[in-house]
Write a protein that binds this ligand. Structure first.
Ligand code: ADP
Ligand code: MG
Length: 463
């Protein structure tokens, strides 16, 4: 396709879009009369007016825009909106596969399979995620070569899914024909059970299942911890894993904890997860949180900037979870719009008061056994022992110290009654727990090594 043909297609498709949305929303996108400057590997690139319109288009309109294309051509092409910076780095990129474009590409490998807004460019890099970012990037550049599988682990809302999908988006940007498959482990599980349970044409369903997961270039499996305790699905995943690795197809896995802390996961899978490269993302520090807020604010409006004191207030109130940090920023923005008043520290405090209060209380009233189990497994993993050992009656020093630390953390963070803590550790007596907690409290005053260990564990717990 020539640039002129791309331009013609663009103008028609945007004409279609204009007819289907309200004028005000359409104008906000600043999308009309744009010049096409690049056509590469099946993508027609358009530079968006600013970060605000770029994020609006990618979030709400890109699917609709690309949906008009088949009206005008049979070719497998898509529009892609990028920032000026992305465009200038693209200008030096060459065609990857000069072969003619296949028609009727299978739908499931369309970029729509993953979220186009999760890119490396949108991922703000800081101390806590630099390592993971670097190796994710290298994996995207050389899939199936160096780090296979790439295993990314860390707490909730700190960018695992974003980073994983950025790998997929990067590969698709280079070549629309790459077969990228993103799947939540839960969906994999459901797919498999569905195929196995089908009453009619069971074999065909299983063959289809195999084809879906095997005929690919890269498999992105999110939240693998869901497979714990699901033996049959694990077996199937093991077979798939070996099938892909033996063919040098890249696998990327995310998890909420290190592989050795996965209770109920087959040992042979755990050791496979460790055989490539393991990277972790820790909670964001203040610098990273501030940088993320600065970047996100640009997606609300091209003009908006947050006053420094508001930025600092939000960044220091939401410390462990980037999703919550984003949520807080959204709330402040909308609060300001609805009340038609400028963003000041007072307004931000008012807007976030209930969120901050509920965050504080969440710690105090956590009444969820998963939270305690998580502490046990993080502490056990930190000391390289199993949770079974941690709650067993064994008394070797290698096990009692982590056990006491886990008890201390549960008391300290959630103020659970001693008796309840005892029951979490194989039915121990409340006095045993009490003296363990007191011992750690005392030792922490003088033992630097212990203090560091507890701090590290807290970091891993996102606290
Ligand atoms: P996880 O999978 O670890 O629970 P997500 O990847 O879903 O977390 O991230 C939660 C939200 O925070 C997403 O909206 C994501 O885009 C955003 N986010 C996380 N890390 C970053 C980062 N480094 N830069 C920009 N946004 C981020
Ligand atoms: Mg996730």
């Amino acid at each position: 396709m020539t640039i002129e043909e791309c331009q013609k297609l663009y103008d028609r498709v945007i004409g279609d879009l204009k007819k289907t949305i309200e004028e005000e929303s359409f104008l906000e996108l600043s999308i009309e009369n744009k010049k096409i400057s690049k056509f590469l590997n099946g993508y027609i690139y358009v530079v968006a007016e600013d970060d605000f319109s770029l994020s609006k288009i990618n979030k709400f309109y890109i699917k609709r825009i690309n949906g008009f294309i088949p009206k005008y051509t049979d070719e497998t092409i898509l529009f892609k909106f990028v920032s000026k910076d992305e465009m200038s780095s693209l200008m030096n990129t060459e065609e990857v596969s000069p072969t003619s474009l296949e028609k009727n590409l299978d739908d499931k490998y369309r970029p729509g399979n993953i979220d186009a807004t999760y890119t490396f460019t949108n991922f703000v890099v800081g101390k806590s995620n630099k390592f993971a970012y670097t190796f994710a990037m290298q994996t995207a550049e050389n899939p199936g070569k160096n780090f296979n599988p790439l295993y990314i682990f860390g707490g909730v809302g700190i960018g695992k899914t974003h980073l994983m999908q950025a790998i997929g988006n990067y590969m698709l940007d280079k070549d629309i024909h790459k077969k990228v498959l993103y799947v939540e482990a839960k969906e994999f599980c459901d797919d498999y059970i569905h195929a196995c349970n089908s009453q009619i044409e069971k074999q065909r369903k299983i063959d289809e299942f195999h084809q879906r997961y095997r005929d690919i270039d890269i498999l992105l499996v999110d939240d693998i911890q869901i497979l714990c305790g699901k033996d049959k699905t694990q077996e199937e995943f093991f077979t798939l894993f070996n099938f892909l690795i033996n063919r040098n197809k890249q696998i990327v896995i995310t998890c909420d904890r290190p592989a050795n802390a996965l209770e109920g996961m087959a040992d042979r899978l755990k050791s496979r997860f460790d055989q490539g490269l393991v990277v972790d993302i820790t909670p964001p520090d203040l610098d990273l949180r501030t940088d993320i807020l600065k970047k996100k604010i640009k997606t609300f409006s091209s003009k908006n900037d947050l006053p420094d004191d508001v930025l600092e207030f939000i960044a220091s109130s939401f410390t462990s979870n980037i999703r919550e940090l984003e949520g807080a920023l959204n709330r402040v923005m909308y609060y300001s719009v609805f009340n038609d008043s400028p963003i000041t520290l007072d307004l931000a405090k008012e807007a976030l008061a209930t969120l901050i209060k509920s965050q504080k209380n969440a710690n105090k009233y956590a009444n969820n056994s998963q939270v305690y189990e998580n502490i046990q497994s993080v502490v056990a993993a930190y000391y390289n022992i199993s949770v079974n050992d941690l709650i067993s009656s064994k008394r070797s020093a290698k096990i009692t110290l982590p056990r006491h630390i886990a008890m201390f953390l549960i008391k300290d963070l959630y103020d659970l009654p001693y008796k309840k803590i005892g029951s979490l550790f194989g039915g121990r007596d409340h006095t045993t727990v009490m003296s363990a907690v007191e011992k750690i409290e005392n030792d922490l005053k003088s033992d630097e090594e212990l203090k560091m260990a507890v701090d590290n564990i807290k970091k891993k717990l996102n606290i």
